[in-house]
Design a binder for this molecule. Structure first.
Ligand SMILES: [Mg+2]
Length: 361
């Protein structure tokens, strides 16, 4: 038998579920404990932010909300590996990456509260990242387009897209990685494999052994990573970004994690998945393993945990107040920014809602 080609997929992990180091070749950044504490603090602020967001939705102050519970290492790992000048195109759950890049919680609240101005992130570097993309996987094409622009302009920047396990089944994902391989684009496609695409489990989502291997057909560098181990995520992302920046090609990085929450606040996951599975996933919680690892090195303790949580609570309270005090846009705004010239039928509707507003409705 003649073999035309052979492939394999590496799996990367440094810390086990309890935070015990299982390899001794730690990447350089992990020996900088101050840096690692900074990553942990962003993970914890993401978790505090997430709990606050769910509470806001449950009390009628947000329309709906997609929780990121359990994805903290995956999302913060992606955000922290990127350079400010890189571009992030994402779906709607990757707040850990966004907070790291300067998105304000009040902007997330505005978005889920129905105010599109939340998409207009005010702080750099998030300011030049893309808006949330609810249509599944279309953001992968935005990343490919951005990466092509960087290549044409000879800018040393990388476009990073994040997509779910379900999103990686879409043609948009395959089209994006195909052009990235064919054109040698500076792009990293991150599959955040959280085991569920709303109610569809990973095992019936794809026949592939790993989701990372989808990139092999496109000629990309591919790796599967323990997405609850931030050291592994940060290392795999750093390597993929370096290669892309040097013109050495695009990558697919699969982060294996678990969605501990419902899909969104409009979902009830108890209807389609068992308690044992969720209990097992909690034992692999990304917060626990990094906290244990830092504590064993004397870099973290309960007092610091409590103090930082209190700071986060105060931060979120300020953000909630800023959100609730934001004045709504005039109702006519929904007509004013779609077409350069408002078509006649919409102009009629615009006049009508304006007349209702003037009557005080
Ligand atoms: Mg998913």
């Amino acid at each position: 038998m003649t073999i035309a080609a052979k492939f394999e997929i590496e799996y990367l992990q440094y810390l086990d579920a309890e935070g015990k180091q299982i390899r001794d070749d730690l990447p350089a950044f992990a020996n900088d404990l101050e840096h690692m504490v900074g990553l942990y603090k962003t993970m914890l602020s993401t978790r505090v932010f997430d709990a606050k967001s769910v509470a806001l939705q449950r009390t009628g102050k947000l329309g709906t909300y997609a929780s990121c519970l359990g994805h903290e290492a995956a999302h913060v790992g992606v955000g922290s590996a990127m350079k400010p000048e890189d571009v992030l195109t994402l779906s709607y759950r990757e707040y850990g990456a966004q907070l790291y890049r300067g998105v304000q919680p009040r902007e997330v609240y505005m978005y889920w509260g129905g105010d599109e101005r939340g998409n207009d992130y005010q702080n750099e570097p998030a300011r030049h990242d893309f808006a949330w993309s609810v249509p599944i996987a279309t953001q992968c094409l935005h990343a490919a387009g951005s990466a092509l622009a960087f290549k044409i302009r000879k800018e040393p920047r990388v476009a990073v897209c994040t997509v779910g396990d379900g999103g990686s089944s879409k043609g948009d994902f395959y089209g994006a990685i195909n052009i990235a391989g064919a054109q040698n684009l500076p792009m990293v496609a991150v599959i955040v494999n959280n085991q569920w695409a709303i109610s569809v489990p990973r095992r019936i989502q794809s026949g592939a052994t790993t989701l990372a291997q989808k990139g092999i057909a496109a000629g990309l560098d591919c790796i599967q990573v323990d997405g609850n181990d931030i050291i592994a995520v940060r290392k795999a992302m750093g390597d993929a970004l370096d290669r892309a920046r040097k013109g050495e090609g695009a990558s697919v990085v699969e982060l294996v994690t678990y969605r501990l929450s419902d899909h969104t606040t409009a979902d009830d996951a108890r209807r389609y998945r068992g308690e044992d599975e969720v209990k097992d996933a909690w034992s692999k919680d990304p917060m626990k393993r990094l906290r244990n690892w830092l504590t064993a090195r004397g870099a973290w303790d309960d007092a610091r945990e409590e103090a930082w949580k209190n700071e986060c609570d105060e931060w979120m309270d300020n953000e909630v107040n800023a959100y609730l005090e934001t004045r709504s846009q005039p109702v006519t705004a929904m007509f004013d920014y779609i077409f350069a010239e408002v078509p006649a039928d919409l102009a009629k509707q615009r006049d009508y809602v304006l007349s209702l507003e003037q009557k005080g409705h």
